[in-house]
Design a protein around this ligand. Structure first.
Ligand SMILES: [Zn+2]
Length: 293
């Protein structure tokens, strides 16, 4: 095959058959000190789609990160909650995954793009590990930098395409939890990556009006698309409906699955319609609307 392997057809039928049912995420332990899980869990959803979870013993936020491979570049979405490569070897893990993928799909000049769901510390802390990585473009998560990259500074209502080489993500500005929040849709996997805007946990809403608008846009966006899973970046809910694990908890043996559905987005939209303009807390089985005031 030489330096360049066959082009992968990402316009083909989405795999979507495996799903995420039965995936067991690392979820901390009674004693963080004696935790024996890997620092970063690696789950290959398919040959070109990887979900990572940071160990709860390294940082209680235990965020999820996503690595998606296209023909010309991979994108890493978020860099986790810990800066130290010693405690949180994200760079080494990502390099290893890319090297292994390139062995199976050889091509020259392969790039890495680093983007973010938003600029909160538990999503950008590992940025520094990629600062000196060759062939890498790291886009800062702050609103000025990220929105200029996507073009949301010109048009916040745009649906912007980011091309990984045949695999084209659709990106939307979805402020509300955070002013610079971005949601990513990957037609190949069907993933809608919602960051901390929507996930099974406490949905902290900083700007209620913006959040309401963003959820409405997401529901509309999903109407014409095949979404396999709505995936946020944390799990905070337990298997007891409406009961969340307390903040800073580092052992969540009965946490719910990560994946939500478009119906959950509709449920949130209906609740926001009903609540109206005055922010109010509302508990659902799988998430909690939490005005962040
Ligand atoms: Zn977060």
């Amino acid at each position: 095959m030489g330096g360049n392997g066959a082009s992968i057809d990402f316009a083909g039928t989405a795999p979507g058959v495996r799903g995420l049912d039965g995936v067991r995420w690392i979820h901390g332990s009674e004693s963080a000190k004696h935790n024996t899980d890997p620092d970063i869990q690696v789950h290959a959803y398919d040959e070109h789609t990887v979900i990572l979870r940071q160990n709860m013993a390294v940082n209680y936020e235990a965020p999820f990160l996503f690595l998606l491979f296209g023909n010309e570049r991979a994108v890493l979405i978020d860099t986790g909650a810990t800066a130290s490569a010693e405690y949180f070897p994200l760079r080494g893990t990502v390099d290893g995954l890319i090297d292994a993928w390139l062995e199976r799909h050889p091509r020259d000049g392969y790039e890495l793009l680093v983007l973010h769901t938003h600029a909160h510390g538990d999503h950008v802390a590992g940025d520094g590990q990629f600062a000196d990585r060759p062939g890498t473009r790291l886009v800062g998560a702050d609103k000025g930098t990220a929105w200029a990259f996507f073009g949301f500074d010109e048009d916040a209502d745009a649906v912007v395409r980011v091309d990984l080489g045949g695999r084209v993500l659709e990106c939307l500005a979805t402020p509300g939890h955070h002013e610079a929040a971005v949601t990513f849709f990957d037609p190949w996997s069907g993933f809608l990556l919602t960051g901390d805007t929507v996930y099974p946990g406490r949905l902290y809403i900083q700007d209620w009006a913006a959040f309401t608008r963003s959820i409405g846009r997401l529901v509309e966006f999903c109407e014409g698309r095949t979404v396999s899973h709505v995936l946020g970046c944390h799990i905070e809910m337990s298997s007891e409906p409406g009961l969340d694990y307390p903040i800073r908890w580092t052992h969540q043996p009965h946490e719910v699955p990560l994946q939500l559905t478009v119906d959950h987005l509709r449920e949130i939209r209906a609740a926001l319609d009903e609540i109206g303009e005055a922010p109010r807390r509302r508990v659902f089985p799988l998430f909690i609307l939490s005005p962040d005031t």
